[in-house]
Write a protein that binds this ligand. Structure first.
Ligand code: FAD
Ligand code: SF4
Ligand code: SF4
Ligand code: SF4
Length: 683
């Protein structure tokens, strides 16, 4: 089971707050410019590693890069370098770049750690290759069409041969360093000098090794491509995740299989895989060794340790499936800056933005100089600052909302959602409370009309001093908070956050371009829980103590700490640094309440198909930090039972192969959907 599968997802533990181990990996894309040049001048990044998935994009980037840098490079002096360009990685991006470089007459070399097309050849036998997006032309000289992996690889090998490409394989690049005007590229065999380096190493990373003698023997593998290729063999599989379980299950019918896991039980794999494994173990078809490890790999045997005791197992083949090391460390080593990395400039921007938002909210609140009565900005206009503030908020949400509608225009769900956010802001959170109840038909304490559509604990002000205000406000807040919130959650999950809420509106419109910066992982989820519960308790105390003694200072805490500092300043200023939903994810008490009431809502959910290509876009674009791909790659559905999803649908919109959908989906419906045509491709 993935760490985010339903069973695991529901209970972050205290220890997760300090978790530092491996987590669901979303590679932060490296910073690159229009010529795909990284922060290290002279090193270019193309293909999956740049953060843009899919084969067609990869080959187009390879072609495009050489067209952009090739002509000047060809005219430049090689000086002490052997090559104009050294291309690292022989996947679609690297091969397309090599073909373009060949055509342009550059001196280039492609270095591949295994063999060209290594990533594609590790897909299982007969894997269908989708040439998405259909509408995007392939501008490169490398063949990419809707096909099967075998045909694609055949075509690529023919292109390499016909093109007589200058490439070396079975040579891994281990380091790159600048030396004068050139780069020295070190590999496992030697060093090369080149003027430019093109990194096209994909994002699969390198398989983790056991670090024991004999691991380099040809009988050791890290992927299972064709389970039917092995019969009557003694096979050991190492690893407790889904990949190793699936390999053991696929090999067991025709071989003698031993599954070795380090832990006391198998607990990281999907429930279905674990159940099937236990059936196979009980029927004697798989030998399960828990608390075990390989000590040495020999040609026909394995030295192992099981619960501290040494044994030797007869063995013909070993599959080591203990995950892979993402290429992030490689980039870090080369000092290539990735998206969202801290620098003095960024710290300064954070400080300036915080100050700006502080002044903006300060003006609305008028709680301190220069906004207090008599302060220089007090009598600026005859309108209340909140009237201006509402106008500003509505203008920003409308402006950026229209921008988002244009961006996501191919998806009717997004168009509906953004129209709903814009209209909610204009009518529910500006015209009704400011214009209708305070200007056109003023009533006493008309500002309390904000509480018509904001329930507690997000909006607590109608509980304050109820004896001075009309009882209606107090009663209404009780009704929508006590009955409305649970009912809304039961019927619509957390859709209020994606369709109505004004703070959510700002996050989804002004903050749309920052959604990929949201913090992710187990640790963040634990913090999310801890902080929202803390704020919820604080707000509950404000309401309770405030009701008991209306003159107590508790309301001030709510006003200054929660409304002003956390929701206003921190929430908004954080957009460009930690994504657009910091307040919503880590601090909003209403979010926690909606989540709790929506937990048994099994109708509002997102279904996953079986054709995920693990491009990570869904997880990357989820502003709530939900590891969507962890569900999607296992074909699992998710809802508020196991995630804090607000049903914004962005993950569905960005999925390039239509692998995600709202609601229940049958096999048939998935097939029809795929046949329907090119997916909505927004990135
Ligand atoms: C399960 C799965 C299914 C997919 N299905 C599809 C699909 O149907 N359609 C589609 O368009 N896309 C699909 N993709 C995505 C597609 O595979 C990638 O977008 C594409 O392979 C990216 O090409 P690339 O050249 O950037 O990287 P890769 O193809 O990953 O190539 C990187 C190459 O670099 C080599 N390398 C890595 N490190 C080093 C080093 N240090 N030194 C030397 N060489 C190195 C690797 O061995 C590899 O050959 C799928 C991906 C997965 C995981
Ligand atoms: S989490 Fe809170 S502030 Fe954010 S959109 Fe939902 S209700 Fe509004
Ligand atoms: S999982 Fe998808 S629908 Fe849910 S919040 Fe994230 S992006 Fe939105
Ligand atoms: S579900 Fe779609 S967007 Fe998410 S990883 Fe799979 S293919 Fe990519």
């Amino acid at each position: 089971m993935s760490p985010y599968s339903p069973a695991n997802r529901s209970s972050p533990r205290f220890g997760d707050l300090f978790y530092k181990g491996p987590d669901v990996e979303i590679l932060r894309a490296p910073e690159i410019d229009r010529r795909y040049e990284s922060s290290v001048k002279g090193i270019h990044i193309i293909g999956d590693l740049s953060g843009i998935p899919l084969l067609k994009n990869a080959v187009n980037m390879g072609q495009d890069l050489i067209e952009k840098i090739g002509p000047a490079l060809r005219e430049s002096d090689l000086e002490d370098a052997e090559y104009h360009a050294l291309i690292v990685g022989g996947g679609g991006a690297g091969l397309a770049a090599a073909l373009a470089a060949q055509e342009m007459g550059l001196r280039y070399l492609l270095v591949e750690q295994k063999h060209p097309g290594n990533t594609i050849s590790s897909f299982f036998k007969g894997k269908e290759i989708f040439a998405e997006p259909e509408a995007l032309p392939n501008r490169s000289r490398l063949w990419v069409e809707h096909s099967y992996k075998e045909e694609l690889l055949e075509r690529w090998n023919a292109a390499i041969e016909e093109g007589n490409l200058n490439l070396v394989d079975c040579e891994q690049v281990t380091n790159i360093r600048r030396d004068g005007a050139s780069f020295v590229v070190e590999t496992t065999k030697r060093g090369y000098r080149a003027r430019r380096v093109v990194l096209a190493i994909g994002r699969s990373g390198n398989p983790r090794m056991l670090g024991v003698p004999g691991e380099e023997l040809p009988k050791v593998h890290h992927v299972l491509v064709d389970p039917d290729a092995q019969t009557m063999e003694k096979i050991a599989v190492v690893g407790g995740g889904d990949a190793s379980l699936e390999a053991a299950l696929a090999l067991a019918p025709h071989n003698e299989v031993t599954l070795m896991v380090r832990a006391r039980t198998v607990k990281r794999a999907q429930k279905a895989n674990t159940e099937r494994l236990h059936q196979m173990v009980e029927s004697g078809k798989i030998n399960l060794l828990t608390e075990s490890k390989v000590v040495e790999v020999r040609e026909h045997s394995l030295d192992v340790e099981v619960k501290g005791e040494a044994y030797t197992l007869a063995n013909d083949r070993l599959f080591v499936m203990i995950g892979s090391d993402p290429p992030e460390a490689f980039l870090k080593n080369l000092k290539i800056r990735t998206e969202g990395e801290w620098s003095p400039k960024r710290v300064l921007s954070l400080a300036s933005l915080t100050l700006l938002v502080f002044l903006l909210y300060g003006w609305k609140k008028q709680g301190f100089w220069p906004f207090v009565a008599g302060g220089p900005l007090y009598a600026w206009t005859s309108w209340q600052p909140s009237m201006w503030f509402g106008l500003l908020y509505s203008t920003v949400i409308t402006g950026f909302g229209v921008k988002a509608i244009l961006r996501y225009r191919k998806d009717p769900y997004q168009v509906k959602r953004y129209i709903s956010l814009i209209l909610s802001q204009i009518f529910l959170f500006w015209i009704i409370p400011e214009i209708i109840f305070q200007m056109l038909w003023p009533v006493q304490d008309g500002w309390r009309a904000y509480g018509l559509f904001f329930p507690a604990p997000l909006y607590v002000w109608n509980f304050w001093a109820p004896q001075n205000a009309h009882i209606f406000w107090f009663a209404w807040s009780i009704v929508i908070s006590v009955a409305g919130v649970p009912l809304m959650a039961k019927l619509t999950g957390k859709k209020y956050c994606a369709f109505v809420c004004s703070c959510g509106g700002l996050a989804e419109t002004l903050g749309d371009s920052f959604r990929t910066l949201s913090p992710r992982g187990r640790r963040m989820r634990a913090w999310e829980d801890l902080l929202t519960y803390t704020v919820t308790v604080l707000v509950a105390m404000v309401i309770a103590f405030g009701l008991a003694d209306k003159d107590s200072g508790w309301w001030k805490i709510q006003g200054l700490l929660v409304d002003f500092s956390l929701a206003g300043v921190v929430g908004l200023a954080a957009y460009p640094f930690w994504g657009n939903r910091i307040w919503c994810r880590f601090l909003c008490p209403l979010a926690k309440l909606l989540y709790i009431f929506a937990k048994d809502n099994s109708r509002v959910k997102i279904a996953s198909g079986q054709h995920c290509i693990r491009c990570t876009l869904c997880s990357k674009y989820c502003q709530m930090g939900i590891p969507v791909m962890e569900f999607a790659k296992n074909g699992e559905e998710f809802s508020n039972r196991n995630s804090s999803c607000i049903q914004c649908g962005i993950c569905i919109t960005v999925c390039p192969v239509r692998n995600l959908q709202h609601g229940d989906w049958s096999e048939e419906r998935w097939k029809e959907e795929i046949e329907q045509g090119p997916p909505v491709h927004v990135v």
